[in-house]
Ligand binder design. Sequence first.
Ligand code: FE2
Length: 431
Amino acid sequence: MQSQIGKSFFDNIRRYVKISYFISSIIPLALLAYMSVKYIYPYLQLELPIYIGVLLFLAVAISLLGLSLLTKTTNASILSLHDLHSRLNALIDITKHFRETIYIDLLLGNIIKSAMRLNSTEAGSLLLCDEAGNLRVKFFTGEHPRLNDRIVKVGEGISGWVAKTGKPALVNDVTKDNRYNPDVDAGSRDTARSIMCVPLIYINKVIGVIELLNKKSGIFTKEDEELLHALADHAAISIAHSRLLENQQSDMINITEIFVAAQDSYNHEKKGHARRVANYANLIGRKMGIPENELRNLHYACLFHDIGLIKISIDEQFLKERYKQHPQFGYEMIQPISLWSNAAELILNHHERYDGNGYPSGKKGKEIPLGTRILFVAEVFDVLTSKNSYKDPIDRDAAINEIDVNAGLQFDPEVVKAFKEAIKDSDLIVE
Ligand SMILES: [Fe+2]
């Protein structure tokens, strides 16, 4: 993006400097004239006309005026430059913050509050285009709030005009602007004084607008508009990015559902097993204070721990050596999928035992990932208690006791301790 920030500011400075330079350049001309009068005229023995003296006086006076103007404009320029520098720095910080905010509701709030702060306004609104092509108020702030989700038709009011044309609007007196419509724009007829509104454009398409109401002091300037435009460009990219992430997450939730349903229908006897294991593992993991991202990996590992079985036909699953390949198959299936790849390691190890008598590697103790040690306890608890299990189910307390007896053998004693506390604290009813 080619930045236009401060272009009007620097254009003004150049104009002032040109004028000042022109005026002050008269000084050497005046000196030349003076020297001529003083030394050349007497030499030529000509009489000095009075108007030459007047012209000399005027030339010197104009030169002094020019110098004074130059000093004044230079000082003003430095002050403005300092102010612009501060605002540009603020803009850089703001846009960095946008990139780091992935949740769209937080992002919209950040955008409008930052726009208000950067331009010192009383209120601000952010409107996004909906699927029908209308604008919807998504976030507002200030003393003159607008209703959330209120619809503004494209073309109506200043915000609608900006959405329709894709051009910014800078209105320093709303009473003199026919586009202003208090029914759809920010502020009422009594309170609205000035409005600055810019489009949010992503890949040549208007996706919304930012509308700011009432500059706290002074009027909106071209420089304000350029800064808001730059902020809006970054905001539009961040909104599009955040929407994309949300869509991806929603897609992955749906894909996860399809995979789990496919597993359940493939092995009908184990229907619901993966979800129950995920539920128990989540209780244990939370009790042990596992960070949220690791809980997510554990969740997916539980859902897909036996997915490798679909690579082994039902008939072959009774062959012990063939069956033992399913953790490796599961690992190979899950690892390439970015959302689930961190769960793959847990799946690979889900038949390892704490005492080292498991498979496929015979890892023991803390060599086995913590998530897997949790998954194992959760899985066995479900196998012991589930009606769909190949064995007759036992009741909850008997299952807890069975697991407790095997702490230090099959299971990590710390995980078993957390499991017993988690089960006791929860209202868990085994299905
Ligand atoms: Fe398994």
